[in-house]
Design a binder for this molecule. Sequence first.
Ligand SMILES: *Cc1c(COP(=O)(O)O)cnc(C)c1O
Length: 378
Amino acid sequence: MRHPGSRPALHLESVLVSAGRPDPVPGGPLSQPIVQTSTFHAGGERGYAREGNDTISAFETAIGDLEGGRAIAFSSGVAATAAILDGLPVGSAIIAPTSFYNLHQTIFDRHAQLGRLTVTTVDITDTDAVTAALDDVAATAGAAVLWLEIPTNPMLSVPDLPALTAAARALGVLTVADSTVATPLGIRPLEHGTDIVLHSATKWIAGHSDVLSGVLATSDPDLADRLAASRLLAGSLPGSLDSFLALRGLRTLSVRLERSVASTAVLAARLREHPRVRSVNYLGFADHPNADRAAKLLDHHCALLSFTLDSVEHADALCAGTRLIANATSIGGVESLIERRGRYPGELAQGSPAELVRLSVGIEHVEDLWADLQDALG
Ligand SMILES: *Cc1c(COP(=O)(O)O)cnc(C)c1O
C-alpha cells in the first residue's frame, strides 16, 4: 500500500481508482478485502481492532492521496468533528459560520452550554468580518479554531479560503474546512494551507446512501497523531464493511459527479425560469454573490442547489409530490433527494428561509428529474 500522504503525480480521477490498493502480489487480491476481526495475534503491528485494520487504512490512504495529507477515518462525519473538539483545551474559542451544516451548530452550542468552548458566529463570506473575529479571539482566548464550510450546506456560499487560512495562521488559529459538498474533486483545502479538511464521507465520497462515514485529513504529523489518539480513545473508528463501501464508492466519484454536476446546471437554469420559484442558489450562476470566488477556488459547481418557492405550502407540496426524487434528508447519493430544510427549527434559526428547498442531484437522467420536478411544482 502506498504510504499515506505520498500523493502520486496522477490525475485525481486516476488516484480515485488506484489509491489504497493492496501491493500487487501474484495471486493476491486486487481490491482490499474486508478485514473482520476484533483482535490480532500478539507480536504484530496491531493488537486490537480499535487501532484500525487494513480495510480502514486502504480508505484512509486513498483520501490522504487525494487531499495531499494523512487521513483518519471515523464512524461518521460528526464523529470526525468530535475528534477535533476533543483536542481543544477548555475555554477555547470557535469562530463558526452563521449558516452552515446545522448539526455542527447544535454540537458547538452544546459545548458552549457545558462551558467548554465559546462560539462566535460570523458571515464567512465577509472576509473583513472574519478577520475582525479572528483578531478578537486571538486577543482573548487561549486556543481558537476557525471553522469553514466550502461551499456551505444548504445556502451554497463560498468563503475566501486562502485569505482566511492565511489570516488565521498568522494569529495561531487552527483552521478546519468542511468540504463535504465540494468533495476532493472540487477543492483540496490542505493545498491552501488549511490545517484540517473534514468530509462527511456519507455523502458524495461513499455516494450510495448506504453508509455513515467521516474522514479528516491534515498535513501536520503531530495533529494527525492527536486526531488518531482521539479516535482511539473514543472508539470512533469506522467499521470494516463501512470502510470497504466508502472506498468502493470513492472509486466512481468522478463519473458520478460529472453526471450530477451537469444535471444540476440544467435543473438550476430551468428552475430559475419557473413561475413558482422565487430564487435559486446555484454556484454556476454568474450573478451568484460568490461566483468569482467559486470559479477561482472550486473545480466544479457542485451537485447541490437550493431554491425558494412562493410559499411554505408549495414547498411542502413539491417535496411530497416528486416521485423519482425521494423526499428524504441527506445529500450526495446516486439518487436525487429533495427536502424543505425549514422543517428543522435549527435551520430557521440560522436564517434559512422557511420556503427553502434543497435538492441533491443524483445520476438519474436529467429529463426524468426535470419532468418529476415540473409535475410536482404544478
Ligand atoms: C452530513 C454532513 C455532515 C455530518 O456527517 P455525518 O456523516 O452525517 O455524521 C457534516 N458536514 C456536512 C456539510 C454534511 O452535509
